[in-house]
Design a protein around this ligand. Sequence first.
Ligand code: PLP
Length: 418
Amino acid sequence: MAQSRVWHPFTQHALEPSIPEIVLTEGAYLHKADGSRILDAISSWWVVTHGHRHPRIMKAIETTASNLDQIIFAGFTHEPAERLAEALVGLAPAGLDRVFYSDSGSTSIEVALKMALGYFRNIGAPRSRIVVMEHSYHGDTIGAMSVGARGVFNAAYEPLLFEVDTIPFPAAGREQETLDRFEALSRDRRAAALIVEPLVLGAGGMLMYPAWVLTELKRITEAAGTLLIADEVMTGWGRTGTMFACEQASVSPDILCTSKGLTGGTIPLAATIATDAIFQAHYSEDRKKTFFHSSSYTANPIACAAALANVEIWHDEPVADRIAALSERQAAGLRRFRDNPRFTDCRTTGTIAALDLRTGSAGYLAEIGPKLRAFFLERGLLVRPLGNVLYLLPPYCITGNELDGLYDAIEEAGERFG
Ligand code: PLP
């Protein structure tokens, strides 16, 4: 291909001069122009759930596009958005019943933060502090970076970020420290919201914590009148074994953010789902209480139709059984690494499996990351380690044999680099 003018995300072009071109996606595979194929073990950045190009979603996209393209969503509505909102309220934890659409995980977080502050302002008791969990990642826009861990991803933009209060990650055996810190922070009742990735912190290193911690965090938010924002952008749509991770903690957050798997991973769409109390705080004849947020493509009808088809797949196909089988395979697959001295912290939650390669250097910028990525790509496998953290987050259509091939490759990587 002629020299590209494209600037890729999270890519150091000086170190990645050649970027493979994909010409076809199908099931669990990406096909290259030269006819070879790559097993997508990370669901193309955690978005693809049923497999690439599920026919039912593709059909919904085609059918809708023959009638609707884009409609201004302020002052107008359309059937795909209405039906999808109804479906999402049915699927989300109890009490969440107003759906605000946007286009990416990051914007769903911005919307959630604005809703939380707007809520307190509109009820006449302004609060402005946001409490966040250590090692979190919520996206790359300014607000989402502000509530995420500070580090290499956002160091250059630090002056733009707002101050937050941080609770420690509830590492095994130290969960009480997290709860105590949050309890202490909650005493002055200045916290508008606690934002968390439920059960699994993704880009922070696939760090996992038990459901009871989330249950306790929710209890503390309730006592302090603080809102709980659940960032289910990565964990939603079955990744952790249940539709939403919050379910495992029997927690209904005040605001839930979803994107990625919302359209089965086909086209961009996000939703921030809030309680009626938050909606009612904005519902007023006073125009100053309006929720002042929009993006041009809010609730794109084609994207909403894709998401509706995704919901129908959940309804009509044995998706829950596939997830249960994949979760079991992942747990069994990781067992073989437990006694392997080249790895530590083998862990799974639902369909997500992760383990750390023992190396001299850890962290996102560890040299080992790109080397491992290249090692897997040479074997036709898309695995994109977070520094020395190897993880598999595959689409639910992946087969047992394909998973075994991935575990074999991870074992080989351990021998080569561990
Ligand atoms: N929140 C979480 C937990 C994520 O994992 C991500 C992306 O990986 C985001 C938010 C941001 O989503 P997007 O990349 O669609 O903006």
